[in-house]
Ligand binder design. Structure first.
Ligand code: NAG
Ligand code: NAG
Ligand code: ZN
Ligand code: ZN
Length: 436
C-alpha cells in the first residue's frame, strides 16, 4: 500500500546528504528539546503510578487530563482503558501508538520518583512511550492548521500479556488508517539511535502448559509404575528437536521450558508432572507448524513411556501474539525520516530482530506499519539495565527524540501521501485506496 514511498525516500535521503551538518528535520528536535522539562516531569509522574494490564485507570485518567489541557479531542474508553486522540482532519489518517501498562515487578532503582505501588513498576519503559506520544501530541497540536490530514493517537492498554493491541484493532481504532508507527525504548542500543528492520522485527509468542499423566508408586519398584517424571524429562529434550530439526536454519524459533514441577517425596514416583514455558517463531506459518508438531511430539513421547500428556496453550490467560512484521515501505520511510531528524544520520538504520514479543503485531497485521527501537543505553546516567528488570533505568535524554520522531513521522507521512496521489484523485485503481 505504500508503494510510492521508496522513490520519495531516496530523493529526500539525497537532499539530507546535500545539506550535511544541518539535518533537514532537525527543527522538530529543537521544538521537542524546548519542552524537555515538561517531558521529564510528565514521565516522572507516570512512572509513579504503574498499573497492570487492563487496570490502567489512573494512567488513562492522567492521559485524558493532558489531552484536555492540550485541547485534543479523544475517544474513551477504547479497548477497556485505552484512549484514542485526534489531531487534524481529513485524509489520510496516520496512527501513532504508545502502550500504557506496567509490570508486576518491585522497583529497585532508588529514584525519587519511583513507583508508589509496591510490586508494580514501569520496567518496560511504557511511561516513556506515553510521554513521547504526549510530547508529539503537544507539538502536533501547535501545528494543527498545517497538518495535511489526521493524526490518530493510540494510547493502548495491556501490551504485557493482555493483547490490548488486538482489542484496539477489533474495536475499530485502526479503521481508515493508512499507516501506523510505534516505538520501544531499547536499552541494548546506544542512546539517540533509531533502529528497525523490514519484515519480522519481533517474534510471535505463545505459552504452553503440559500435563503428563502416568501411574505413581514406590520409587524402588519403577517397573510397577508409569514414570511421568522420566516422560516429562524426555518431552523437555524431545521438543528441542523442533527448533534444531524442523525449523529452517535460515529461520528462527525458540522453545524454552521454564517451569517443571513433580512430586514432593524422595521415595515416591508421582502420578503427574507439569511443565510449562514459551514457544516463539518469526512467521505465522512456522508457529502453526511448530504448534502441531509440538502436540504430536509431546503425545508420542509420553506414549513411549507408557504415559499420556495434554497440551494447554492457555490462550485465554496469555493470548498468542503474532510476529511483529514491518511493512518494507513503511520501514524505509521511517528510517529515512529518522536519518533526516537525527544530528548524525548514521544513527538511524537497520538492526537485527529479537525473539521477544510485542502486541504492536496486531496493528502491523491490520495496516502497513513500522515498529522502531529507540536506543536508551547511556552508561553516564546508569541506563544500562535490561527491560523487565527491577533496576531498569531510562535515559530521559531520549524523551525529546521520541517526541520529535513521532511528530516527524506523522507530518512527513501526511505530506508525502498527498504528493503521490494521482491528479484529480478519481478513476484509477490507486485512487481507490482513498476510500476508507
Ligand atoms: C490512583 O490515584 C489515587 C489518587 O490520585 C491514588 O490514591 C492511588 O494510589 C492511585 N492508584 C494507583 C494504582 O496508582
Ligand atoms: C548520556 O547522558 C549524558 C547526560 O545526560 C549526555 O550528556 C550524553 O549525551 C548521553 N549520551 C548519549 C549517547 O546520548
Ligand atoms: Zn515489556
Ligand atoms: Zn514494552
Amino acid at each position: 500500500m505504500l508503494a510510492a514511498l521508496a522513490l520519495l525516500a531516496c530523493a529526500s535521503a539525497a537532499a539530507a546528504t546535500a545539506a550535511a551538518g544541518t539535518p533537514e528535520l532537525g527543527h522538530f528536535l529543537d521544538k521537542a528539546r524546548g519542552i524537555e522539562d515538561w517531558l521529564v516531569s510528565t514521565r516522572r509522574l507516570l512512572h509513579t503510578i504503574p498499573e497492570l494490564f487492563y487496570e490502567e485507570h489512573n494512567t488513562s485518567a492522567t492521559i485524558r487530563r493532558y489531552l484536555d489541557e492540550l485541547g485534543i479531542p479523544y475517544q474513551y474508553p477504547v479497548a477497556k482503558t485505552g484512549v484514542v486522540g485526534t489531531i487534524g482532519s481529513g485524509s489520510p489518517v496516520v496512527a501513532l501508538r504508545a502502550d500504557i501498562d506496567a509490570l508486576p515487578i518491585h522497583e529497585e532503582t532508588g529514584v525519587e520518583f519511583a513507583s508508589r505501588s509496591p510490586g508494580r513498576m514501569h520496567a518496560c519503559g511504557h511511561d516513556a512511550h506515553m510521554t513521547m506520544l504526549l510530547g508529539a501530541a503537544r507539538l502536533l497540536k501547535g501545528m494543527e492548521k498545517e497538518l495535511k490530514g489526521t493524526v490518530r493517537l493510540l494510547f493502548q492498554p495491556a501490551e504485557e500479556g493482555g493483547a490490548g493491541g488486538d482489542l484496539l484493532v477489533k474495536e475499530g481504532a485502526l479503521d481508515g488508517v493508512k499507516a501506523a508507527f510505534g516505538m520501544h525504548v531499547w536499552p541494548t542500543l546506544p542512546s539517540g539511535s533509531v533502529r528497525s528492520r523490514a519484515g519480522t522485527i519481533m517474534a510471535g509468542t505463545i505459552q504452553f502448559d503440559v500435563t503428563v499423566r502416568g501411574r505413581g508408586g514406590h520409587a524402588a519398584m519403577p517397573h510397577l509404575t508409569k514414570d511421568a517424571v522420566l516422560a516429562g524429562a524426555a518431552i523437555t529434550t524431545a521438543i528441542q528437536a523442533l527448533v534444531s530439526r524442523e525449523t529452517s536454519p535460515f529461520d528462527s524459533a525458540v522453545i524454552s521450558v521454564t517451569r517443571f514441577s513433580a512430586g514432593d517425596a524422595y521415595n515416591v514416583l508421582p502420578d503427574t508432572v507439569r511443565l510449562g514455558g514459551t514457544m516463539r517463531g518469526n512467521t505465522e506459518e512456522s508457529i502453526t507448524h511448530l504448534r502441531r508438531r509440538f502436540e504430536e511430539t509431546v503425545a508420542s513421547t509420553a506414549a513411549a513411556h507408557g504415559c499420556t500428556a495434554e497440551v494447554d496453550w492457555m490462550e485465554e490467560r496469555m493470548p498468542y501474539y503474532p510476529p511483529t512484521v514491518n511493512d518494507p515501505e513503511a520501514y524505509k520511510f521511517a528510517i529515512d525520516v529518522a536519518s533526516r531528524l537525527l544530528p548524525d544520520a548514521s544513527q538511524a538504520g537497520e538492526t537485527e530482530g529479537t525473539m521477544a514479543g510485542e502486541d504492536f503485531a496486531f496493528i502491523g497485521r491490520a495496516v502497513p506499519a513500522c515498529f522502531l527501537f529507540l536506543g536508551t543505553r547511556n552508561e553516564s546516567v546508569g541506563a544500562v539495565h535490561g527491560l523487565h528488570t527491577p533496576r531498569f533505568t531510562l535515559d530521559e535524554g531520549v524523551l525529546p527524540l521520541g517526541a520529535a520522531l513521532h511528530t516527524a513521522l506523522a507530518t512527513q507521512y501526511l505530506e508525502q501521501w498527498h504528493v503521490r496521489q494521482p491528479q484529480g484523485g478519481g478513476g484509477s485503481g490507486t485512487a481507490g485506496r482513498e476510500e476508507l
